[in-house]
Design a protein around this ligand. Structure first.
Ligand SMILES: [Mg+2]
Length: 435
């Protein structure tokens, strides 16, 4: 099968109008995506992928995807899957594009959208959901999909192979169990920073009634209001698990000071307490606020920074992101690094399509890498799922395991038309109203 064309769309949702998704750094975000479709010479099969972005700037990511087009179009799927790591390296190491990264920033988001579209295509051709394609690949093929450049000092291909082989034991039983029970989820929908107290309390009650045992709140506004909101949520939650997310707003010392105060509400973790690039800062915060755990990852730009966070014992929770890392290939590297260092992976989700993506990665991690659900929950945000052909489903606080072939990221044509920026109806109507 040959890839015959690539199209990319700028899709934006006006989520800022209700302050959905608002946090300490993103006060009025419009959840958006650079959305890629790979056409093939089989009219029945196309590969879909997206990179989640946040409003203005999506056009830059779209341009990044266009720059990658000549590296993908014209190749055969068999040629790509026969040398997955080589394919991945050809995208991140193109000598005329690499200067823009390397392996970080807009080009890495664009890489993720394209790489994930290839995996979607492969899974569809195999008639399997992505998690099952991955779980049924021989360990040698998983290792062959990973670019070990820059991480071999922490994890060699042979070690990765040993970890994957050891994890084969009991996989069939785990697969039956996870399909029956689903994967544990936590909700972020209740505690957006822009919501008033009444709305937060009502949403926490709703989350508990829906079967969630873990709730995450945004912090990093002014400390007095963080304390007030944390007290409200803790009172509603009782013994339930509360996580906090500062979205990078603090300096290192500010993070330590704030968490010494907010520690009163027994947070299970503090997420993104400071810059995602500050490896040593995370290590210092972690030491200072133990036993509160430190989590980060949604802005950790590649496997190399994750390696350093793990080597420095800087984090307790690895929050992989399906399209901040350079797509499935690099996620595999980070899952194995986390396994080697004994740190649980709790994927970042929400946004547009991130829940759809990461459910596959979490299930694969359970089946074939970590083999454990202990201290592991996947983020859930109940927004925008209606735009997907095979939306993620959470029931009683657990993700149902996806059964449709592919990576679950295909969006519905009417949604793509309605929210196309700037000409979709959702945007032209707003423009008209403003005028
Ligand atoms: Mg977060």
């Amino acid at each position: 099968m040959r890839i015959t064309g690539l199209t990319v769309a700028d899709v934006r949702f006006p989520t800022s109008r209700a302050l959905d998704g608002s946090d300490a750094m993103h006060r009025s975000p419009d959840y958006s995506a650079a959305y890629v479709v790979l056409a093939t010479d089989d009219p029945e099969l196309s590969g879909h992928g997206l990179a989640f972005t946040n409003g203005r700037g999506t056009e830059v990511c779209v341009a990044g995807v266009r720059a990658l087009e000549p590296l993908v179009v014209g190749r055969t799927l068999e040629g790509i899957t026969g040398d997955m790591a080589g394919f991945w390296r050809s995208l991140v190491s193109d000598d005329q594009l690499r200067w823009l990264g390397p392996e970080k920033g807009v080009m890495h988001l664009a890489t993720a959208a394209v790489v994930n579209a290839v995996w979607d295509l492969w899974a569809k051709q195999s008639r399997l959901p992505l998690w099952q394609l991955l779980a049924h690949l021989p360990p040698e093929e998983i290792v062959a999909a990973i670019d070990f450049r820059y991480i071999e000092d922490a994890l060699s291909p042979d070690e990765a192979l040993d970890l994957l082989r050891a994890a084969r034991t009991g996989r069939e039983a785990r697969e039956l169990q996870i399909v029956a029970d689903g994967y544990p989820a936590y909700t972020t929908s209740a505690g957006w920073l822009g919501y008033d107290d009444e709305k937060v309390v009502a949403l926490v009650r709703e989350a508990l009634a829906d079967g969630f045992q873990h709730v995450k709140m945004k912090v990093g506004g002014d400390l007095a209001s963080d304390v007030r909101r944390a007290a409200l949520i803790r009172a509603e939650l009782g013994d339930g698990v509360l996580m906090m997310d500062a979205n990078q707003v603090w300096n290192v010392d500010e993070a330590v000071a704030a968490m010494r105060v907010l520690g009163e509400f027994d947070p299970w973790w503090i997420e993104e307490p400071t810059s995602p690039d500050d490896v040593l800062g995370h290590a210092r915060i972690r030491q200072a606020i133990a036993p509160i755990r430190v989590a980060t990852g949604e802005h950790v730009q590649n496997r190399i920074v994750f390696k350093q966070l793990l080597q420095s014992e800087a984090i307790d929770v690895v929050q992989i992101d399906a399209c901040r890392l350079g797509g499935v290939n690099e996620v595999l590297a980070v899952l194995l690094l986390a396994r080697k260092f004994g740190v649980p992976v709790c994927p970042h989700a929400g946004g547009v399509g991130l829940c759809e993506y990461v459910q596959h990665l979490a299930v694969f991690d359970y089946l074939s890498v970590s083999c454990s659900l202990e201290n592991r929950v996947v983020e859930w945000v109940d927004h925008l799922h209606e735009h997907f052909r095979y939306p993620a489903v959470v029931e009683h606080g657990r993700y149902r395991v996806p059964r449709d072939a592919g990576y679950s990221i295909e969006m519905l044509p009417p949604s793509l038309a309605e929210y196309a920026f700037p000409d979709g109806h959702a945007w032209t109507v707003a423009e008209a109203a403003l005028a």
